[in-house]
Design a protein around this ligand. Sequence first.
Ligand code: UGA
Length: 429
Amino acid sequence: MNICVIGTGYVGLVTGAVFADLGNEIICVDSNEEKVRNLNKGVMPIYEPGLEEMVRRNMSDKRLFFTTSIQNGVEKSELIFIAVGTPPKDNGETDLSQVKQVAGEIAEYINDYKIIINKSTVPVGTGNLVREIVGKNKQKQVDFDVVSNPEFLREGSAIKDTLHPDRIVIGAPSHKVAMKLLELYSTLERPMLITDVPSAEMIKYASNSFLATKISFINAIADICEKVDADVLQVAKGMGWDSRIGPDFLQAGLGYGGSCFPKDTESLFHTAAKYGIDFGLLREVITINEGRVDHFMGTIEGRMGDLSGKVLAMLGLAFKPDTDDLREAKSLELIERFLKKGAVVKTYDPVAMENCKRVYPNLIYCENPYEAAKDADALVIITEWREFKLLNLERIKAIMKQPLVFDGRNIYDPRVKKKLGFEYYGIGR
Ligand code: UGA
């Protein structure tokens, strides 16, 4: 199939690469000239395992193209995916300006029947909005349909998630239109839900908000565990073995960050309010998440007292492992607090340091975790990178000023730590 993907952010770029890999011809459009120039040289704007190889392979096989010309993409394609950014406004509402702009441009160049597919995370009703904009502004008397096909990929495992999704959701105005998308996805052999556009739009927000709810729930449980000498890892395990609850997204810690959960929970709360519904449960999920850094700071200061002049070795900056993404990362909030308190921050992250240097150029950036730990008053774990789990802890202990660990992601077993002579503080244990 000839497909155009507008927007080469996380979702657009991965989707384009995977569709090309499945044998389709893909034109990826982005208005950012530098990004397109780099992509044409095989340079990725993001770190994502497996992406660069896939993009390069499909470019050299002439199935994947990058351009700034939306006209070229629209005219040559039967399916047009919108995958532009939908950032939050200050009041939590979703900013749809990029989606509206793209819809206007599609209207300008639409030259034949097309299916326009919203892959960006957009509030319910946006499918209608796109239909209206294209319908009102199209320059040629041609038909088109608008579909909602939300994306469920996670950063860090984006390729795998796109090739093996738990489900594919297709919100289409008619069965005939849905069949076209079904044809595109059929090679993946995954369960497909064919539904209407508003339901598909709701599925995306309801899913992300439910996952965020699980995280805040277990974090609230963790706070109780700390008071009653229970271990939240055991509690989560015992809960998760109930198949109705499931073990996923029950890891207590510093809470959720990234470009999706924080903005999507706010957006759904805002949508509910718009229709006169006070979604108090979701408000509380957000509030609990926002309190996680305070809670962690309380633990650190409770033990260390005044942080002024203390050397803190922060391991991990990315909002989660296997990405260099710092959007809504808890690390940034913590760095801000540490610096305000006069602490010296040494840090190491396998891939996110370059991004962090742009925001905080004056931290001490280290070559490896050991360099960060050297002469530190405390080790502070922020992101659960696998390599941190495998550190030589005896070596770490020998080079630190004192063997003190604050583990914001519960990556270590407190008993092992104690055996090695560390003073250990996890979350909810
Ligand atoms: C999330 C969803 O998982 C994807 O299905 C969805 O497609 C994506 O948002 C999106 O809307 O685009 P992502 O933000 O990449 O994906 O990351 P997750 O793996 O879901 O993690 C989100 C945050 O929750 C991270 O900060 C992570 O550390 C935190 N988390 C996750 C926990 O604190 N505890 C857990 O048990 C799980």
